[in-house]
Write a protein of this length. Structure first.
Length: 137
């Protein structure tokens, strides 16, 4: 018998995509709108990020930093968004690390809210928060 398709074996279902939420509206980001979702893939943590340029100038040279937080989470690298021209969007998957030096002692605030700072080629730094899904870290 030749090589064929096995109708009785089902392929593993891909995990459902996690919907992104706007974490920095364009009005507060001078035209830079950020949407994100925190996801796990094969045991690794990621921030899936979309940058939409609703402004009039191209954006590039992105850098991101998390404040100290309950889980010690920090981005492993800057988001690889390239140049985002006006009216365009770009996606990046930013790996997240856990580092003991980034752990913030409990202070009564919600441990699942991560304070984030992001900078781009305009030189301005934008501050916003992202919320981790239940059981993420």
């Amino acid at each position: 018998m030749g090589v064929g398709f096995d109708f009785f074996t089902q392929a593993a279902a891909a995990p459902a995509p996690v919907p992104k939420v706007v974490i920095l509206p364009a009005e507060k980001g001078d035209g830079m709108e950020l949407s994100a979702a925190f996801v796990k893939d094969n045991g690794r943590m990621y921030m899936e990020l979309t940058c939409t340029n609703r402004g009039a100038v191209p954006l590039s040279d992105f850098a991101m930093q998390y404040n100290k937080n309950a889980y010690g989470l920090t981005p492993e690298c800057a988001p690889a968004l390239g140049v985002v021209s006006p009216g365009q969007s770009a996606d990046a998957r930013v790996p997240i690390l856990q580092q003991p030096a980034m752990v913030k002692p409990a202070d009564g605030s919600n441990p699942d809210v991560i304070q984030i700072a992001m900078k781009n080629s305009t030189g301005k730094i934008y501050f916003f928060t992202g919320t981790l899904p239940a059981g993420f870290a």
